[in-house]
Write a protein that binds this ligand. Structure first.
Ligand code: FES
Length: 172
């Protein structure tokens, strides 16, 4: 009698841990349920989740029309780079222009050189006059000019979805 009791409990206690107390059938059942629930969870998170089935597959971009500030925020005879908006605001006398920073060769961002008073592209050396017209390098055409207007509050507003002729300027 004593020997029998010893044998009964020896397996689970000697091996230690719950894994040896669960039968193989129960273990497989639990594993099956775990896999089922994991798969179900993955599907539900795809359907209801942040970027799931019902989430629109579109890119959200900032509006192409935006205010850049009051005219007096731009010093006279200056070129101001608005990197986040990818434009230059050129202020000469009482005229304002909004010029794209995107090079017309392969799309690098051009930079304004104060010393030379021109726009230069660091990629392949295209050069543009202060009015955006190309004169050196592989760029095939002038920098794009965008519509710039004054809104009711007296702020300069640029619309990068509207490309205007080079000679267009806002007189303030
Ligand atoms: S991208 Fe500007 S010169 Fe090539």
């Amino acid at each position: 009698m004593e020997t029998k009791d010893k044998n009964k409990c020896s397996t689970s206690e000697k091996e230690g841990g719950i894994w040896f107390t669960v039968s193989r059938r129960n273990f497989l059942t639990l594993a099956g349920w775990a896999m089922f629930l994991a798969t179900l969870g993955a599907y539900v998170s795809q359907i209801l989740g942040y970027k799931g089935f019902f989430y629109p597959k579109v890119l959200f971009e900032p509006s192409p029309r935006f205010a850049v500030g009051n005219p007096n925020a731009f010093p006279e005879n200056s070129v101001t780079t608005l990197k986040a908006r990818k434009i230059f605001v050129v202020h000469d006398g009482n005229s304002f222009k909004a010029i794209s920073v995107v090079c017309q060769h392969l799309g690098c961002a051009v930079e304004f050189s104060k010393e030379k008073n021109i726009f230069e592209c660091p990629c392949h050396g295209s050069k543009y006059y202060r009015n955006g017209v190309n004169f050196a390098g592989p760029a095939p055409r002038p920098l794009n000019h965008f519509e710039i207007v004054l809104d009711d509050a007296g702020k300069l507003v640029v619309d990068t979805s509207k490309i205007v002729p080079l000679e267009t300027e806002l007189i303030v």
